[in-house]
Design a protein around this ligand. Sequence first.
Ligand code: UT7
Length: 325
Amino acid sequence: MYKAGILGTGYYLPEKVITNFDLEKIVDTTDEWIRTRTGIEQRRQAAKNEYTSDMGVKASQMAIKNAGIKIEDIDLVITATITGDYPWPSTSTIIANKLGLTDIPAFDISAACSGFIYGLKLAASLIKSGDYRNILLVASEKLSAITDWTDRNTCVLLGDGAGAVIIGRSDNGEILSTVLHSDGSKIDLLFQPGGGCVNPASEETVKNRLHYLKMNGVEIFKLAVEKMPEVLEKALMQADITPDQVDFVIFHQANIRIINSIAKRFNWPEEKNIVNIQKYGNTSAATIPIALAEAIEQGRIKKGNIIALSAFGAGLTWAGAVLRL
Ligand code: UT7
């Protein structure tokens, strides 16, 4: 058995900024409502011809550079996304091809906002077993492509962006624990009804706006504040780490009220809580790796730090992890 750790991190955000004031012009909302109810001030939007794979490639190039490996050292690509370039095949194969990688396995995982932590578990296991040496784990989302810009309940929340990590054999850093859960009895709380085999694309599905993300925010909020601390507790126990040993926590960036209420329960002060929701909104699977890579770039998170992660999202899925960088 080998030890699996994060060797390098990267992130990418598209240039275009959409502020709350911009949204005031298209739906019945206010900057004040969005800021106080969610913590979001602005979000990024990918260009029309800038796809999930393109953002994933840019984040990957940074992660590869920071890991100090060569592109050809990568032997597996996994991408967590709900907004792939196409319904199929996987966006991972497209990312691998754009990076110049041929012949290596590449596949996607669909676990929505928990997708990055699901990927961490999978990649860590494959490194520990010795089957792979350097896995590129990408989380990339172009949520603007499935956002209903007439629905103020959802359009103010979402953003585009990508994060990536290289997971490989490590002597120092280590992914100490990963805990995953799902509950498929509540898919209708957060999903895209159209485009699959239940509601294949038709004039009817387009007319009924079924190809957009639909969310029951209040119910998701209640479940998130219940499940995220629960899974975090389990991840800390499995890693044999107490909350006060944690240097930094990164929650899925969906709502500042969710983030702050859970941090408070664990007695984590503001300085330990990495938050960037104000700048980027909710980028689904990408929020955690973007926040991680940005905090490392800023010199805030350093080698040797203990980091706790927790996410909740569509599926429903929820997940927690603890790692030493
Ligand atoms: O990433 C996956 C996980 N996602 C989440 O964790 C999201 C969880 N949910 C949330 O973050 C919150 O539930 C929301 C931000 C989505 C909504 O906040 P809320 O405080 O739960 O608001 P609400 O849905 O209870 O709505 C309160 C009021 C309603 O008006 P009435 O019915 O009381 O008259 C809404 O229609 O706020 C209204 N509202 C808005 N007003 C202005 C909803 N969206 C907006 C808006 N601007 N954008």
